[in-house]
Design a protein around this ligand. Sequence first.
Ligand code: NAD
Ligand code: IPM
Ligand code: MG
Length: 354
Amino acid sequence: MRIAVLPGDGIGPEIVAQAVKVLKALSSDGVKIEMEEAPIGGAGYDAAGDPLPAATLKLAQDADAVLLGAVGGWNYDTLPRPMRPEQGLLRIRKELNLFANLRPALLYPELADASSLKPEVVSGLDIMIVRELTGDIYFGQPRGIHINANGEREGFNTMRYSESEIRRIGHVAFDIASKRNRKVCSVDKANVLETTELWRQIMIEVAKDYPDVELSHMYVDNAAMQLVRAPKQFDVIVTGNIFGDILSDEASMLTGSIGMLPSASLDSNNKGMYEPSHGSAPDIAGQNIANPLATILSAAMMMRYTFNSEEVAQRIENAVKKVLANGLRTSDIWTEGSRKASCSEMGDAVVAAL
Ligand SMILES: NC(=O)c1ccc[n+]([C@@H]2O[C@H](COP(=O)([O-])OP(=O)(O)OC[C@H]3O[C@@H](n4cnc5c(N)ncnc54)[C@H](O)[C@@H]3O)[C@@H](O)[C@H]2O)c1
Ligand SMILES: CC(C)[C@H](C(=O)O)[C@@H](O)C(=O)O
Ligand SMILES: [Mg+2]
């Protein structure tokens, strides 16, 4: 297993170091893993004047999988847009054709008291959010800020999806639902936006190939409300890039913290990049207090999706469960009666539990 390790910025290096510890522990147990590190985001800009240095992209292209921390930081916000850390992330997703972003919102029973919702509303929660990742308003042209006919500045972006882009993410969602509880909820804003009216039409077409999977549709504003009212009604949610970005952060709080939500970003051959759903958390960077579990659980997803090793994936997930069951918590998921752990202590505990 050749893994490109891209720690990035802020808490990125702190949380990635914990996932690397876990991978090294597996490696010393006979799983063959080679890892090589490279800078991305602000670290890429600092090292090579580019948030996605050519050497980093090459390393990622040559690897079987990529482990990424997070990118971004306040000191980069005034750079010209192409130089900003977030552009490095968007470019690597596009370059590697990682169109399918899987964000599982799963409540570990031990964290029921850390969830933003009452235990009876969230217990047993297991939702898979399938977010399209290489299209939508993120990439649509034209975009920019120009002077309009009234002589004032005007900002504009274009929400755009082609039929084939919608179809391929639809198939990913239905394939996943076939192996779960056979329900896909497609989230759109078809009452207002043509792009998502097409989205809905294509989802209905894709559903014809999956007679045992039930398709429903929901407007995104209602979906945001339903996620906190009755989240267990969902099995698989499929949605576009921008709605998926927002809904997955919302769903993370049902699981206790944004620090618990892993992700896999896959191409059509399950080559993938694995990263927590959260960002570089500049407000807590450098303090060794970030929750590394989303990153460690992303490494488990890497074993499952790219390396086809369900057994190793479950070993990592079971180790996380064990640590939580033992009452260890980083500050974001800490509740009365549990023991507070730093980022590195949490990583050490998962390694010990392996
Ligand atoms: N995939 C990515 O690399 C990614 C994702 C989101 C945001 N960002 C970037 O990160 C920077 C900060 O963005 P933001 O503040 O909006 O979002 P964020 O996710 O970085 O942080 C939001 C809040 O959640 C907390 N948090 C996040 N991860 C945590 C963890 N593992 N443990 C404990 N607490 C955690 C932070 O401390 C903060 O209070 C920006 O530059 C943004 O563009 C990057
Ligand atoms: C940093 C940003 C480009 C990114 C996104 O919007 O996709 C982040 O919020 C995420 O969820 O991975
Ligand atoms: Mg996001």
